[in-house]
Design a protein around this ligand. Structure first.
Ligand SMILES: Nc1ncnc2c1ncn2[C@@H]1O[C@H](COP(=O)(O)OP(=O)(O)OP(=O)(O)O)[C@@H](O)[C@H]1O
Ligand SMILES: [Mg+2]
Length: 327
C-alpha cells in the first residue's frame, strides 16, 4: 500500500494506545509536533517552526495594573500548549484579548496569518479560533442539546429568505444534531441531552462548554481551566478528550493550575507572571527548572496525576472556587 498517498489528517487517526490503564501516548500529530519543538530554544518569546497564533507587543492595563504585557508569543500548530502561572498573572485577560472579548491598549496578533485586531468574538470563532471560559457560560434555561446547537455555525435556515425553504435548512439541522450528539457522547453527557443545562454540576458545565466549542470544528481551541470543578474520576476521560483533539488536527492552548495535567498532556509549557511570558519550553525542562518552580509553581509542582488519589489534593484556583459543584 502506498502510504505516501494517504492524507496526513487520516494518518493522524492511527493513534497508538498505551497498555491497558495508561493514557494515549502517541499520535501522528503528537509525534510531529514534539519532533518540531525538540530543537526550539527554551527562551521566552522564541519563534516556533509552524505557529498558528503570533502575538506582538500586546498590552492591557486596568487602571494602574498592567494585566498583560506580552512582547512576543507564538503557539505551535497542532500542539497542546499549556499556559501556566500564578493567580492574577494575566492568563484569562490574554485569552480575552486574543479572542476579541477585550481590547488591548497596544499590540497586534495574527491567527493563521490573518490579523485579528478589532475583530469581533463571533468572527474570530468563525475563522476557527474558539475558547471556553474560566467561569462557564452555558444557558441554564436551555437543554444541553440546545446549548450545543447554539455553538453550531449559522445555518442557512436562519436567514429570512432561506427559512421559507424548510427542506434546505432541515438538512443542516439534522447534521448539527448528529454532530452535537456525537460530541455529547464523547464528553459523557449524552444521557443529559434533554436536561436543562442549569441542572448540571460545575464540572459537567465545563464539559458542555468544551463540547459546544467543538461544534464549529475549530483549528485552535483555547481552554481556560478545563479541569476546574471536574470530578477526579472523570479527569482521565477529559485528558483523553483533549488529546484526541490533537489527534484530529486541532491545536490546543489551555490554562491550568493542575500541574499534573500539564505534565501529562502538554507538548509545550509557557509560564506567565505579572502579564509577561517569563519562561517557556519543553514540559520536563520548564517544570523541573528550580527557579520556575520556586517563583511560579510552588506547592503545585510535584503532585503526580498518575496517582489518582492525589487528584483531590490539588488545590483549586481562586478563580474557580465560585463554580462550586463537583461532577
Ligand atoms: N475587568 C477587570 N477590571 C480590572 N482588573 C482586572 C479585570 N480583569 C482582570 N483584572 C486584573 O488583571 C490581572 C490579571 O487577571 P487575570 O484574570 O487575567 O489573571 P489569571 O492569570 O487568569 O488569574 P487566575 O489564575 O486567578 O484565573 C489581575 O490583577 C486582575 O485583578
Ligand atoms: Mg484566569
Amino acid at each position: 500500500m502506498a502510504e505516501q498517498n494517504i492524507p496526513f489528517h487520516d494518518l493522524a487517526k492511527w493513534a497508538t494506545k498505551a497498555p491497558e490503564g495508561e493514557g494515549l501516548i502517541s499520535t501522528a500529530f503528537g509525534d510531529k509536533v514534539q519532533k518540531d519543538l525538540e530543537f526550539v530554544d527554551n527562551t521566552p518569546g522564541v519563534p516556533k517552526p509552524d505557529p498558528i497564533l503570533v502575538a506582538d507587543t500586546v498590552t492591557r492595563k486596568f487602571g494602574g495594573v498592567t494585566a498583560v504585557d506580552v512582547q512576543h508569543f507564538e503557539i505551535e500548530r497542532h500542539g497542546i500548549t499549556a499556559l501556566i502561572g500564578p493567580n492574577g498573572a494575566g492568563k484569562t485577560t490574554f485569552f480575552n484579548l486574543m479572542t476579541g472579548f477585550d481590547t488591548p491598549n497596544s499590540g497586534t496578533w495574527q491567527f493563521d496569518g490573518h490579523p485579528l485586531s478589532s475583530v469581533s468574538p463571533e468572527k474570530v470563532a468563525r475563522m476557527g479560533m474558539v475558547r471556553t471560559f474560566q467561569l462557564t457560560k452555558v444557558m441554564s434555561r436551555l437543554t444541553v442539546l440546545d446549548n450545543m446547537l447554539l455553538g453550531a455555525p449559522v445555518q442557512p435556515g436562519e436567514g429570512m429568505l432561506t427559512s421559507l425553504f424548510p427542506v434546505r435548512w432541515r438538512k443542516y439541522e439534522k447534521q448539527n444534531i448528529e454532530k452535537a450528539e456525537s460530541l455529547l457522547e464523547r464528553f459523557l453527557l449524552i444521557k443529559k441531552k434533554d436536561d436543562f443545562a442549569g441542572s448540571l454540576s460545575g464540572g459537567q458545565r465545563k464539559l458542555l462548554e468544551m463540547a459546544r466549542a467543538l461544534m464549529r470544528d475549530p483549528q485552535l481551541v483555547m481552554l481556560d481551566e478545563p479541569m476546574a470543578g471536574v470530578n477526579p474520576a472523570l479527569k482521565q476521560s477529559l485528558l483523553d478528550c483533549i488529546m484526541s483533539l490533537r489527534e484530529d488536527g486541532t491545536t490546543v492552548l489551555f490554562v491550568e493550575h493542575d500541574m499534573n495535567m500539564v505534565r501529562h498532556i502538554a507538548d509545550w509549557v509557557t509560564v506567565m507572571a505579572e502579564g509577561k511570558i517569563v519562561a517557556e519550553g519543553q514540559p520536563k525542562s520548564v517544570m523541573n527548572d528550580q527557579a520556575v518552580v520556586d517563583a511560579y509553581l510552588g506547592a503545585r509542582a510535584n503532585i503526580d496525576l498518575g496517582d489518582i488519589d492525589n487528584l483531590e489534593e490539588i488545590a483549586p484556583s481562586a478563580g474557580t472556587q465560585a463554580e462550586g459543584a463537583e461532577l
